[in-house]
Design a binder for this molecule. Structure first.
Ligand code: GDP
Length: 444
């Protein structure tokens, strides 16, 4: 899980101060010592840590906190706001050209996830923004890169422009842009060559492509798991090429989060997207505030709702929303939901987006795999309609019968009923959060 260590430590620290009716300078000092350690352990750049701690300390002993009625909570708010600021404040949008196509250069070192991200971005542009992208294979040096992009294009059913590996990348870019104009495609995503290390030839070539294609965006793709190396790479690319944004990949595996927290502050360039897995739909726009909330255990309900919207059809979503609100869905709906939720990504990751989820007991047992799902299906199908609608009537005798009928065991039936209850509780929580947010016009 992304930010695991940092989230745990910060939440523990915040927990201590949150309930305090009075916050002294000594309290703040003590808290900041822990925050500092937590950030350093998460591999955040030390200068960034220093600056962050200074800002939070100043604000925490200032009027806004000391005079407030709930100083403990105010300190947590300050930490959240400064974390958000650290990661770039506002969410950063993709630029669009006045006259299409919008050209985006994808740059980065080999293995960072550049080619995969090019495919993911094309997918997102089509799915979320209804755009028509052209993928351009301009990495003529890595033997498999062109093929890889072509395969991605096939999977996505999207055009890929390639001239093999004997034509210069600059010429490939030129012709690709022409083609996009002719065919009224609105985005040109150029997958450029990567190297193992930054070298002058590579930078020279990228500068040539930049000059010729006047891209609206130059996205640097970096592997978040490389921590401060990712930050250094970002700085070098920015110094020579002038990037417009960063895509942080493999955040799904980055338990520390140092790169995500340092890049913006060091390079002054925003993180635009984060890669959360190998699949083509595992790219998310980066929202600093939501990420800060996630780190502090306040949940990320908005992202969760967006994920649901992207995967559930509208009619069903409306029906579901009503059921959420009324907390009136049955085990049949639950079954239906499991299928849909599964499409949204790993369930345990999703649940961790809920406020306070990490403190919920048994949360780690909520993993659902294919086999379990078929068991769940069998269990639910072995229930009577009455039981499905009122699971509270399922007593020991009924549990035994259901287990027998579904070829499972009583503990499995018990577990399912418990999970269902948990889920219902969470849905309820989610819907109250959603309504509050609607009223306020956002989370904060
Ligand atoms: P390139 O050399 O920069 O073009 O890198 P590739 O696109 O070939 O990606 C390198 C590896 O990283 C591949 O195995 C990808 O599946 C994997 N990868 C890319 N992005 C992510 C991500 O966000 N999460 C995970 N877990 N793996 C990723």
């Amino acid at each position: 899980m992304a930010f695991e260590g940092l989230a745990d430590r910060l939440q523990q620290t915040m927990q201590k101060i949150r309930g305090k009716g009075k916050v002294s300078e000594a309290d703040v000092k003590e808290m900041m010592r822990e925050v500092r350690l937590a950030l350093l352990e998460a591999d955040v750049n030390f200068k960034v840590v220093k600056e962050f701690v200074k800002k939070v300390s100043e604000r925490s002993v200032g009027q806004e906190v000391m005079k407030s009625l709930t100083p403990g909570q105010q300190v947590v708010k300050v930490v959240k706001e400064e974390l958000t600021e650290l990661m770039g404040g506002e969410q950063s949008q993709i630029a669009t050209a006045k006259r299409p196509p919008t050209v985006i250069m994808m740059v980065g070192l080999q293995g960072a996830g550049k080619t995969t991200t090019t495919g993911k971005l094309a997918n997102l542009l089509r799915k979320k923004y209804n755009r028509k992208p052209l993928l351009v294979a301009a990495d003529i040096y890595r033997p498999a890169a062109i093929k890889q992009l072509e395969t991605l294009g096939k999977q996505l059913n999207m055009p890929v422009f390639s001239l093999g590996d004997q034509v210069s990348p600059v010429e490939i870019a030129r012709q690709a842009i022409e083609k996009a104009k002719e065919e009224h495609l609105d985005y040109v995503l150029i997958d450029t060559a990567g190297r193992l290390h930054i070298d002058e030839t590579l930078m020279g070539e990228l500068e040539e492509i930049k000059e010729l294609s006047s891209p609206e965006e130059i996205f640097l793709v970096v592997d978040s798991m490389t921590g401060q190396d990712a930050v250094n790479v970002a700085q070098s690319f920015n110094d020579t090429l002038g990037i417009t944004g960063v895509v942080l990949t493999k955040l799904d595996g980055d338990t520390r989060g140092g790169a995500a927290l340092s890049i913006r502050s060091v390079t002054q360039k925003p993180i635009k997207f984060v890669g959360m897995g190998e699949k083509l739909d595992a790219l998310e726009p980066f929202h600093p505030e939501r990420m800060a909330q996630r780190i502090l255990g306040m949940g990320d309900v908005l992202s969760l709702i967006e994920k649901a919207q992207a995967n559930v059809d509208e009619e069903k979503a409306k029906e579901l929303e009503k059921k959420f609100r009324e907390a009136s869905f049955t085990l049949d709906d639950f079954l239906d939901q499991l299928g849909q939720v599964k499409q949204m990504g790993p369930l345990d990751e999703l649940i961790k987006m809920l406020p306070g989820a990490n403190k919920m007991k048994g949360i780690d047992n909520l993993k659902v795999d294919e086999k379990q799902l078929s068991h769940i299906e069998a269990i639910i199908q072995s229930m009577t309609t009455k039981e499905k609608e009122n699971p509270e009537i399922i007593n020991a005798g009924r549990r035994k019968r259901i287990a027998k009928g579904s070829g499972t065991t009583v503990p499995e039936v018990n577990r399912l009923l418990k999970q269902f209850e948990e889920m219902k509780k969470m849905m309820k929580q989610m819907s109250t959060m959603g309504q509050k947010a609607k009223k306020r016009g956002g989370f904060g």
